[in-house]
Write a protein that binds this ligand. Structure first.
Ligand code: UTP
Length: 268
């Protein structure tokens, strides 16, 4: 059973500057809820019971977003639709635990902060920049996990001229929507890319990853990423399935992508 999810939010969000100086990109609205609430709704619908939100001191406003505000509640107590929205936050609050990453040392380091909290063999990792609408992507990964009892990574076939923007998954076999992954590479040139299947921010991972992250070295940007650890796990025999998910992918990590997503979603 996959019941625990890690959602790292402690990155600097430099691609969303200057807005991200004061507003975490995850709290920006996308339709009638914030980006983060969309992710939490996806978790809830996928049967997740405990959610670890990794934040930093600079992003404590995320914590505040989920705190009760009795004064405001009393002001809108007769407006049912607003009370419903505030109640949704209260509901999420019960499932959330905030974990701190004091310095942004990379996604791998952020995930490592949860090493003592994961108590089943596999857990869900969601990167909130990647929004998938119309279908629950986490649920699709969990369905594959139930059949394979392996690690699962969401992948999307991208155009050749886009491979250098993504992590890319090499594979040995593809059956229906499932790849048998044998190699992962970060932002390769087209020449070096093992396929055109891009890694999108949904993973089901074996908690053995913590052992690999413990010995991971800093990469090019001085950050600990997760790709090296995942490749080492692959080399040691861990099975990784790629889930070619259905649903529409929206990139909410850049201003351009966010504005496009906002236009597409409208008030939904
Ligand atoms: P990114 O590498 O995309 O970075 O992080 P970012 O900070 O979100 O945005 P840019 O690149 O500066 O514009 C991928 C995910 O990992 C989290 C981010 O919050 C994001 O959800 N992250 C990244 C951390 O939690 N801690 C880190 O040290 C780095």
């Amino acid at each position: 059973m996959i019941t625990q999810a890690i959602i790292p939010l402690a990155g600097l969000g430099t691609r969303m500057l200057p807005f991200s100086k004061v507003i975490p990109k995850e709290l920006l609205p996308l339709g009638n809820v914030s980006i983060l609430e969309r992710i939490l709704l996806e978790c809830e619908d996928a049967g997740i019971k405990k959610i670890y939100l990794i934040i930093s001191k600079k992003k404590e406003i995320i914590k505040k977003y989920f705190q009760d505000d009795l004064f405001l509640e009393s002001k809108v107590k007769n407006q049912k639709s607003l009370i419903k929205k505030l109640n949704l936050l209260k509901k999420f609050k019960k499932k959330i635990k905030f974990i701190y990453q004091d310095t942004p040392k990379g996604l791998g380091d952020a995930v490592y902060k949860c090493r003592k909290l994961i108590n089943s063999q596999h857990f869900l990792l969601i990167l909130p920049d990647d929004i998938i609408i119309n279908k629950n992507c986490s649920k699709q990964l969990i369905d594959i996990y139930k059949k394979k009892i392996s690690s699962v990574i969401a992948v999307k076939n991208v155009k050749k001229n886009m491979v250098s923007r993504y992590g890319i998954a090499g594979y040995v076999k593809k059956k229906s929507n499932v790849l048998n992954i044998n190699y992962l590479v970060e932002k390769p040139s087209l020449k070096l890319a093992p396929s055109t299947f891009a890694i999108i921010g949904r993973y089901i991972l074996n908690k053995t990853i913590f052992k690999y992250l413990a010995s991971s070295k800093k990469g090019k940007l001085g950050e600990i990423q997760i790709t090296d650890a995942l490749n080492k796990m692959l080399n040691d025999g861990e099975i990784f399935s790629g889930c070619v998910f259905s649903g529409k992918y929206l990139d909410c990590g850049t201003l351009n992508g966010y504005v496009k997503s906002l236009k597409l979603i409208g008030g939904r």
